[in-house]
Design a protein around this ligand. Sequence first.
Ligand code: ZN
Length: 67
Amino acid sequence: MPIDVQIEDRVQMRKQHPCGSFEWKVTRIGADIGLECVGCTRRVLLPRSKFEKRLKKILNRDVDLGR
Ligand SMILES: [Zn+2]
Protein backbone atom coordinates (compact mmCIF):
# COMPACT_ATOMS: atom_id res chain seq x y z
CA MET A 1 0.00 0.00 0.00
CA PRO A 2 1.60 3.27 -1.05
CA ILE A 3 1.90 5.82 1.69
CA ASP A 4 0.21 9.13 1.04
CA VAL A 5 2.83 11.72 1.80
CA GLN A 6 2.82 15.33 0.68
CA ILE A 7 5.19 18.24 0.40
CA GLU A 8 5.60 20.13 3.68
CA ASP A 9 4.57 17.09 5.74
CA ARG A 10 6.57 16.57 8.91
CA VAL A 11 7.67 12.98 9.22
CA GLN A 12 9.38 10.90 11.83
CA MET A 13 11.85 8.26 10.68
CA ARG A 14 12.83 5.08 12.45
CA LYS A 15 16.48 6.04 12.76
CA GLN A 16 17.77 9.16 14.38
CA HIS A 17 19.78 11.58 12.22
CA PRO A 18 23.36 12.03 13.48
CA CYS A 19 22.39 15.53 14.65
CA GLY A 20 19.93 13.99 17.14
CA SER A 21 16.67 14.78 15.35
CA PHE A 22 14.05 12.24 14.29
CA GLU A 23 11.96 14.79 12.43
CA TRP A 24 12.12 15.67 8.75
CA LYS A 25 10.20 17.96 6.43
CA VAL A 26 9.19 16.61 3.01
CA THR A 27 10.55 18.86 0.25
CA ARG A 28 10.04 16.83 -2.88
CA ILE A 29 7.79 14.00 -4.04
CA GLY A 30 8.56 11.68 -6.93
CA ALA A 31 10.49 8.50 -7.57
CA ASP A 32 12.76 9.97 -4.92
CA ILE A 33 11.51 11.66 -1.79
CA GLY A 34 13.32 14.81 -0.72
CA LEU A 35 13.67 15.41 2.99
CA GLU A 36 15.08 18.24 5.07
CA CYS A 37 16.19 17.50 8.62
CA VAL A 38 14.37 19.74 11.07
CA GLY A 39 17.33 19.58 13.48
CA CYS A 40 20.16 20.66 11.18
CA THR A 41 18.43 21.55 7.82
CA ARG A 42 20.50 19.00 5.94
CA ARG A 43 18.72 17.77 2.80
CA VAL A 44 18.68 14.22 1.51
CA LEU A 45 17.01 12.32 -1.31
CA LEU A 46 15.75 8.80 -0.68
CA PRO A 47 14.26 6.38 -3.18
CA ARG A 48 10.58 6.06 -2.34
CA SER A 49 10.92 2.38 -1.36
CA LYS A 50 13.65 3.20 1.14
CA PHE A 51 11.70 6.17 2.47
CA GLU A 52 8.61 4.02 3.06
CA LYS A 53 10.65 1.42 4.93
CA ARG A 54 12.17 4.02 7.22
CA LEU A 55 9.05 6.08 7.80
CA LYS A 56 7.48 5.82 11.22
CA LYS A 57 4.99 8.67 11.55
CA ILE A 58 3.52 11.57 9.60
CA LEU A 59 3.41 13.99 12.50
CA ASN A 60 1.24 16.78 11.11
CA ARG A 61 -1.50 14.37 10.02
CA ASP A 62 -1.42 12.06 13.01
CA VAL A 63 -0.46 9.03 10.94
CA ASP A 64 1.37 6.40 12.97
CA LEU A 65 2.54 3.38 11.01
CA GLY A 66 2.91 1.50 14.28
CA ARG A 67 6.58 0.61 14.10
ZN1 ZN B 1 19.91 16.48 11.22
